[in-house]
Design a binder for this molecule. Structure first.
Ligand code: C5P
Length: 232
């Protein structure tokens, strides 16, 4: 039997790198909040999906008001975020039952395609943990900052052909993700796949998308507008 689908929409970051007055997930892109755009992609890709939106506590009322004012009527379970992304996901997982498929997605990746979302969900029917990755195109350097200067670490280099960048959505069998999130927090947990791997489970991979950018800085906003103009 097909598993019921959930998405945990991560939007509880403070967005300090953007330098805007409010967190970046609430900034408007083409007349709509980035977070609304991101949720809409999942609703088009997977009609009937349950949406859990994780927000900064101080912005829960703001988001409720925004949705009413903008006639954004998507049913959402609103959850308060935590001190790190890990703690935010853990809060949201309390609202997900076992036996489901659960995607965790950065609310600031509105340009993910419906095809990537539905493709990862389809693969996750067979594999317990599926994540999108992109091969690195830049040459990577391993450096450290000493006395305010970037310096080489002698003997440290990385083979670029082995390096991939991880994106979201990352989709899991919910019972596996819930068990993995019972681990104690570790600073190496920068995405959900790293938690599941530490818990001892294998990951499956699909190739991600160059345009599935995580809008983090003002430059990313410029890029996102340019990408969106391609399909106008
Ligand atoms: O900080 P980072 O760029 O890794 O954030 C990725 C996503 O996780 C963002 O969508 C952000 O809103 C979310 N986040 C969260 N709770 C936190 C920190 C980040 O939901 N405490």
């Amino acid at each position: 039997m097909e598993r019921k689908k959930y998405v945990i929409m991560m939007a509880a970051g403070s967005g300090t790198r953007m330098g805007a007055g409010r967190p970046k997930q609430f900034i408007e892109l083409g007349g709509k909040a980035i977070l609304q755009r991101t949720i809409e992609v999942f609703r088009r890709a997977c009609p009937g999906i349950s949406v859990i939106t994780v927000l900064p506590e101080d912005f829960i009322q703001y988001w409720k008001d925004y949705c009413i004012e903008h006639n954004f009527s998507c049913p959402q379970i609103l959850v308060k975020g935590g001190i790190t992304r890990f703690h935010s996901v853990r809060n949201a997982l309390d609202r997900v039952p076992e036996g489901a498929l659960v995607a965790v997605h950065d609310g600031v990746r509105p340009l993910v395609s419906e095809a990537l979302v539905s493709g990862i969900f389809a693969k996750a029917e067979e594999s317990a943990a599926v994540i999108p990755v992109l091969p690195c195109i830049d040459t990577m350097k391993v450096l450290e900052s000493r006395d305010g200067e970037l310096q080489t670490i002698p003997g440290m280099s990385v083979d670029r052909s082995l390096l991939y960048g991880a994106q979201t959505p990352q989709v899991f069998h919910s019972e596996i993700l819930k068990e993995a999130y019972s681990l104690a927090y570790d600073t190496s947990f920068t995405d959900d796949a790293s938690v599941v791997e530490k818990y001892g489970k294998n990951l499956s991979y699909v190739i991600g998308e160059r345009f599935n950018i995580k809008i983090t800085t003002q430059d990313d906003l410029v890029l996102a507008k340019a990408i969106m103009s391609l399909s106008e």
